[in-house]
Write a protein that binds this ligand. Structure first.
Ligand code: NAD
Length: 299
């Protein structure tokens, strides 16, 4: 951040647990680089204190906030407006305060779509297989449809997210002309066939992340065709079991979710400041933080 003075405006991050978040490092490095008079702080906020925390955005004339679990949907009744993707996802990760009027956005899907585009894989006209229909998978499907993906096959366990995914699929089909279908993840034959059909495969579940770091939802490398783009939203570890399996199959376009994380932050940054996030600076700040954390972690 720049030197704090009487004009500094606060931007928050409201979630719990939150102390591990990389967002304060990202945004404060970007403010400093561009000389913007904002400060970004993380606040331990759960659904029990959310109403008061949102009121504080107005009372303290904060520029806005990021929101993460468990508040992404719970915050909606306290806001004045939602943008299109947030309304469809019924989830918010960014709040912008314009003179007391609070608008909710979801930038996770934008992060996915923008990161893929920057890596040379725009989703427009593409066929996508997406596993997961939770807080990450839902906005990814919505933004991919908004950005012109031709078809999406969503696979999910028969859990609480399944029915919601079916409802969303119908909306994406009707509103954006994106052929969207939902399948039970237990139907492995359908999943294998879908991978042979797809241009892009995205795993939007927590499988692959600690404590599931030794797991992947696809373990047979022969299911991957050579030109498939494989994207794992998990970025800790940097190379997940899914990514290793895809690389074993000889795939070259295999990515973790770090770029999505940075791009969702960049989209929020743009909404608050009107400026593009200096991504090279942010990347350097994240690397420095990671290196420092490794050096202070006892082996
Ligand atoms: P969530 O709890 O809202 O949804 C989890 C989804 O994964 C559900 O669809 C669930 O059915 C599925 N799932 C969970 N465990 C599974 C298993 N063992 N087998 C099959 N399916 C399983 O969580 P979320 O908010 O969607 O987060 C999912 C992952 O995405 C997390 O690892 C999170 O850290 C990551 N994420 C990354 C970014 C990024 O910018 N890269 C952004 C948001 C979330």
């Amino acid at each position: 951040m720049t030197d704090i003075d009487g004009h500094t405006r606060l931007i928050g991050l409201m979630a719990t647990p939150i102390r591990h978040s990389l967002s304060p490092t990202m945004h404060n490095a970007a403010f400093k680089k561009l000389g913007l008079n904002y400060a970004y702080l993380a606040f331990e906020v759960g659904t029990d204190t959310l109403a008061a925390a949102v009121q504080a955005i107005r009372t303290l004339d904060m520029r806005g906030s990021n929101v993460s679990m468990p508040n992404k949907t719970a915050i909606i009744p306290y806001l004045d407006e939602l943008d299109q993707a947030a309304a469809l996802a019924q989830a918010v990760n960014t709040v912008v305060n314009d003179q007391g009027r609070l608008t909710g956005y979801t930038t996770d899907g934008v992060g996915f779509v923008n990161d893929l585009a920057k890596k040379g894989h725009p989703v427009q006209g593409k066929k996508i297989v997406l596993i997961g229909a939770g807080g990450a998978g839902t906005p990814i499907a919505i933004q991919a449809a908004i950005a012109g993906a031709s078809a999406i096959q969503i696979f999910n366990r028969a859990d609480g997210h399944f029915q919601q995914a079916q409802q969303n699929a119908q909306v994406l089909q009707e509103r954006f002309g994106c052929q969207t279908s939902v399948h039970d993840l237990a139907d492995q034959a359908a999943l294998k066939a879908a991978l042979a059909w797809a241009d892009i495969y995205c795993d939007a579940t927590a499988v692959g992340m600690t404590p599931l770091a030794d797991q992947a939802l696809i373990t047979d490398p022969t299911w991957f065709k050579p030109d498939l783009v494989v994207y794992d939203v998990v970025y800790a570890p940097r190379e997940t079991k899914l990514m290793k399996t895809a690389k074993t199959a000889g795939l070259t376009h295999v990515y973790n979710g770090l770029g999505m994380m940075m791009e969702q932050g960049a989209a929020a940054f743009q909404l608050w400041t009107g400026q593009a996030m200096p991504l090279a600076t942010v990347q350097a700040a994240l690397t420095e933080k990671e290196t420092a954390a490794c050096q202070t972690t006892p082996s």
